[in-house]
Design a protein around this ligand. Structure first.
Ligand code: C2E
Ligand code: MG
Ligand code: MG
Ligand code: MG
Length: 289
């Protein structure tokens, strides 16, 4: 029966939409709770200078301790929140928590440590971000040079003029800017010289092809040369094998992070694993090539 068929497919469609909407509303409601109940935690992944294996700081990566779902990874909630203003609120929490970690680390170790924080596109383009960052740095007495803000290549390319304005106001504070997930967008290398950046992060999908795929190696090699000519530094993410590490060291890549060097860990675990200090994480071996 025609009408019945239509009714069926329509209700199927509505159910699917309803589920999607419900899970988004649930997510947003849960998020409000999660912030209140302190269910978020920033994990820290160590970053190293590849030339001598010394510590270069950490990247903060958010985790959600959900009462029913357990440990929830960012891919399961950040992309959905990116379409709402909730991401800005969460982003403020991340910056606040990152800076209090830095001030705790300074109190423990007696010296400063560098930390990189990821910014969602909407958060990065929000006009109140620089004021917030500036106030938060003052509140925690953190040297702006210790904070690095990671912005994805696609946020920069998709909103180029607006992004330039945001980058300049953030740079004025004295923080460093890293272009994250480089190579995953559809941009060309040629626009890099227009951006005030300090660091380019080679996406892990590229790192994973090193030693296997000549074309990728060629791109990464050219990128390292170009970024150096522009006065920036290169970080390779997702280093999992000795072969990848050696290739990057040989090509003069400045810094690296990945499971081979150290996974993201809670602050508590990091401190436990290295006798109370965030800075003395075992050095990677220096490989002579
Ligand atoms: P990202 O900034 O590119 O972070 C790198 C991701 O690679 C992290 O995933 C990290 O755990 C993972 N990773 C590290 N080493 C390796 C490795 O050797 N191999 C592989 N395969 N992966 C490795 P994670 O923690 O799941 O975060 C995923 C993404 O979520 C991040 O990508 C970032 O875009 C976003 N994210 C994380 N924390 C935040 C946050 O506080 N705010 C915002 N806006 N986004 C965040
Ligand atoms: Mg990142
Ligand atoms: Mg990245
Ligand atoms: Mg990435």
């Amino acid at each position: 029966h025609h009408a019945k068929e239509k009714g069926l497919s329509q209700s199927f469609f509505n159910d699917a939409m309803q589920n999607r909407l419900q899970s988004r509303l649930e997510l947003e409601r849960d998020l409000d709770q999660a912030l209140k109940l302190q269910q978020f935690e920033l994990y820290l992944q160590p970053k190293y200078w590849l030339a001598d294996g010394t510590a270069a700081g950490f990247e903060a990566l958010i985790r959600w301790h959900h009462p029913l779902r357990g440990l929830v990874m960012p891919q399961a909630f950040i992309p959905q929140l990116e379409n709402t203003d909730r991401i800005i609120e969460l982003g403020y929490w991340v910056i606040e928590e990152a800076l209090s970690m830095l001030s705790r680390a300074r109190a423990r170790d007696g010296k400063e440590c560098r930390l990189a924080v990821n910014l969602a596109c909407r958060q990065f383009l929000d006009a109140s971000l620089p004021t917030f960052v500036e106030a938060a740095l003052k509140r925690h007495s953190i040297n702006p040079a210790m904070l690095e803000l990671e912005v994805t290549e696609s946020s920069l390319v998709d909103h180029f003029q607006h992004a330039l304005t945001s980058l300049h106001s953030l740079k004025r504070l004295g923080v460093d800017i890293a272009i994250d997930d480089f190579g995953t967008g559809y941009s060309s290398l040629s626009y890099l010289h227009k951006l005030p950046f300090d660091v380019v992060k080679v996406d892990k999908s590229f790192t994973q092809e090193l030693g296997k795929d000549g074309a990728t190696e060629h791109i990464v090699k050219s990128l390292i040369t170009l970024v150096h000519e522009l006065g920036g530094k290169v970080v390779a993410e997702g280093i999992e094998t000795d072969q990848q590490l050696q290739w990057l060291q040989l090509m003069g890549c400045d810094m690296g992070q990945g499971l081979l060097l150290g996974p993201p860990m809670s602050e508590e675990e990091l401190i436990r694993r290295q006798d109370g200090s965030l800075l003395e994480w075992p050095r990677i071996r220096h490989k002579k090539s």
